[in-house]
Structure formats: C-alpha cells, structure tokens
Design a protein around this ligand. Structure first.
Ligand SMILES: [Zn+2]
Length: 248
C-alpha cells in the first residue's frame, strides 16, 4: 500500500507523495502516504523521524515511523504530539523529508552490526539500532573481548568494503540455511523474494534495513560495553566515538 523507496535506495532522504489517509491510532496520529523514504521500526532498526512539508510552506513534525497495524503494507508516519493534523487531508501532495542526521546514525550503526556479526560467529538472538547506540545479543557462552572487537570493527571499516543489497528467491534462501544468522528476526516470507545484504568479502545475510554504501562510511564505532545477559547470551553495545547525532 505504501511504496517503500528506502528498500532500493537508502540515500534518498526526501520524496514527493500523496496523502492516502490520516488515522488516529493508539500510538498517535498516523499519516499514510502512497510512497515514502521513511523507514518504519523493524528488524531491530528504529523508525525514522522527519517532516511532512505542505505546499503552503507549513511543516509537520513526524516523531516516529511504524508499520501500520491496521492497514497491511502501509507505513504509519506518526505525527509528533501537539502537531495539528487538521492541516492534512487525503489527496494532498506533500514532501516527506527524513531527519538526515538521525538516519545517518541508524545506517552507520546498522552496518556496524553486520561487521560485528562477521567478527562473532554465533547466532543473534536480539538486536536494537538507534541513533545513540546499537546492541546485539549473541547466543553464546564464551567471553568476548571489548578491545579486540573494537579493533576488528576498525579493521573492517578501514578495509572500505562495498555494501550492497540484492533480492534472492525463497528457494535460494532455503537452500542456504547458513544465511540466516538471526534467531529473533526471520526474513519476511510469502513475498516470493527476500532481500539480502552483502558486505563484500565480510558478511551476507537477509536484511531489510538501511545501510551505508561502503564500510568506510561507518566511521569510528567502538564497543562501549559487553554484558552477560544470561548464561547463554552475551550483549555487545556499540557507540560512536564522537557525540551522538540524534536521540535514540
Ligand atoms: Zn542490515
């Protein structure tokens, strides 16, 4: 129902779109567009924030983005509390513009989590990617070394590996069960095709999120904490070496 432009091009930060519906949901007022550059919360990655710009110059703040619970296939742009939705009506043309700094942080951290997966060869049983930090839970009992992982990430960033996505059939995925690293997030089924993310020579796994185009763009990401969440779970928390670009 909403064309998801971010699936093919994560660098696209604005688009023209038509308002299809304005819904009052438990999460807030949700604006549905025919197409969007806003990524909805999913696969561990936080939803985008940004603005919807009207032709009369007004700008409405979008606080978060979710998959629409009542309209399958639609993306819900959740207006920030206090924003007057009366300015909107179905059929109206708007410019949807993503908060670029927040998205860039998501893309850098998300790509860094793939690098971490390449360094820690264990199944993932939890993932959270925000603008302020990222964390991955690995199903494992062995200890992990913070400095060694930070150095490993730095090496893969310095390696400037190209990052690209492609689509494979569900049959290809079934023939390669080793591709699925995550125990908690299974790739969506029933569409006939699955999006896989390849970091050349480093990592290959199904993923629908947004990523930078080259590991060099990840920049300086460090392991800030390693926690033993349970007997079988090690949590690795990532941060930027520079101050965070946005809120988590
Ligand atoms: Zn990914």
């Amino acid at each position: 129902m909403t064309e998801e432009l971010f699936r093919e091009d994560a660098t696209l930060l604005n688009c023209e779109a038509t308002v299809l519906a304005i819904d009052v949901l438990p999460d807030g007022v949700a604006v549905v567009l025919d197409r969007t550059v806003f990524y909805p919360l999913g696969g561990g990655q936080a939803g985008d924030a940004g603005t919807l710009e009207l032709s009369d110059g007004r700008s409405l703040a979008v606080a978060d983005t979710r998959k629409h619970k009542e309209r399958p296939g639609a993306v819900a742009h959740l207006l920030a509390p206090g924003v007057d939705a009366a300015a909107l009506e179905a059929g109206m043309r708007v410019t949807a513009r993503v908060d670029a700094a927040r998205r860039q942080a998501h893309m850098r951290f998300h790509t860094a989590t793939h690098l971490l997966c390449a360094l820690v060869p264990h199944p993932v049983d939890g993932c959270s990617i925000t603008a302020g930090y990222a964390r991955l839970d690995f199903h494992m009992t062995e200890p992990l070394d913070k400095d060694a992982l930070t150095a490993g990430i730095a090496r893969l960033v310095a390696g400037a590996h190209p990052v690209r996505h492609r689509w494979i059939t569900e049959e290809e995925l079934d023939a390669n069960p080793g591709l699925v690293r995550s125990m908690s997030v299974q790739p969506p089924r029933g569409l006939g095709r699955v999006r896989v993310l390849e970091i050349e020579g480093v990592d290959l796994q199904p993923c629908g999120g947004t990523h930078v185009a080259n590991t060099a763009e990840v920049g300086t990401v460090i392991v800030t904490k390693i926690e033993k969440k349970s007997a079988q779970t090690r949590r690795v928390v990532l941060g930027f070496a520079e101050p965070a670009a946005g809120q988590g």
